[in-house]
Design a protein around this ligand. Structure first.
Ligand SMILES: [Zn+2]
Length: 310
């Protein structure tokens, strides 16, 4: 009898959460227009392609694009209207990052580390959610409240966003405000990521599983996804609770190309990671950083800086 009461209670709780529906998120305060997010991301992506070893392997690019497009079909991604793109970087760090407005870069280290497609979709859904919720430009807006309105409003001087932002010290390098998120932004990206996954037919719990796996493996260079960015203690639990709020779904989607991707990525030899440099105007402010080719081996620690920031 007691047991029955308990199970009725659990069932009631599940129904109550489901009835509540998924948590609603909206982008916060922002001085940028959505179009400016897109422009900034595209300019930065062009820099990334020059500075990081973006690879053109058709199997890998096609694979991440298929998973990405699937996630893009979810409601919140659709409604954002952002033009996501997906590219692979030869870098052993377990990581991925997305720039404002949609360009996403996925490390070969991440492709090698995931146990199944849903785990990759989890990381990509998380990244995509940072873009949808405009976390990068939200933070930039908050940090340069006074300077930005005039800069962003000005039509002059060729209109490079990177140039404008460099004037107020916002770059793409290590610890850039555009890619270093708060704990609450991380939680939001987890939960919205779980929505994107579920609607795409991926089990959101696989995102939690992957984070658990990284946690269990501990720190180190290859664990960049969890290093130097806030990892909410109850991350797995929060994702699980959110997944109970989602309508029942059939989590059986797969591209069918996972093994093919694994084979292709196993053949990629990653060069030693090197850090992204700051954009030009910032380098002029800090000239001592400019000529140094990467000599220190521990630079690896800081390899793709933004990758740390999930
Ligand atoms: Zn994140």
């Amino acid at each position: 009898m007691k047991r029955m009461t308990a199970s009725v209670f659990v069932a009631f709780l599940a129904v109550a959460m489901w009835a509540q529906g998924p948590t609603q998120f909206h982008p916060g305060f922002n001085l940028f227009s959505k179009q400016q997010d897109v422009q900034l991301g595209q300019e930065n992506a062009a820099q990334v392609r020059k500075q990081l070893p973006v690879i053109k392997d058709p199997v890998l690019t096609d694979y991440v694009t298929r998973v990405g497009k699937r996630l893009m079909s979810a409601r919140e991604a659709q409604e954002s209207g952002f033009p996501f793109t997906f590219e692979v970087v030869a870098d052993p760090s377990i990581n991925a990052f997305a720039l404002p407005g949609g360009p996403m870069f996925i490390n070969t280290g991440l492709l090698k580390a995931v146990d199944n497609e849903a785990q990759l979709a989890g990381v990509m859904g998380h990244e995509m959610s940072h873009v949808i919720l405009r976390h990068g430009t939200n933070q930039a807006s908050k940090s340069k409240l006074i300077e930005l309105p005039a800069l962003l409003g000005s039509q002059m001087a060729g209109g490079s966003m990177i140039g404008k932002l460099a004037q107020v010290g916002i770059g793409l390098g290590a610890n850039s405000v555009l890619l270093k998120f708060s704990r609450s932004a991380e939680s939001q990206a987890d939960l919205m990521g779980s929505h994107l996954m579920a609607e795409s037919g991926y089990d959101p719990m696989q995102m939690a599983r992957f984070f658990e796996k990284l946690n269990a493996q501990g720190g180190g260079r290859t664990m960049q996804f969890l290093s130097d960015h806030p990892n909410p203690d109850n991350r797995e639990k929060a994702i699980e609770e959110e997944s109970h709020r989602l309508p029942q779904q059939n989590y059986s989607y797969q591209t069918g190309q996972f093994e093919r991707m694994k084979q292709a990525v196993s053949k990629i030899k990653e060069p030693k990671p090197k850090p992204l440099s700051q954009p030009q105007p910032q380098q002029q402010e800090q000239p001592q950083q400019q000529p140094q080719p990467q000599q220190q081996p521990q630079q690896q620690e800081q390899s793709s800086p933004h990758l740390n920031n999930h």
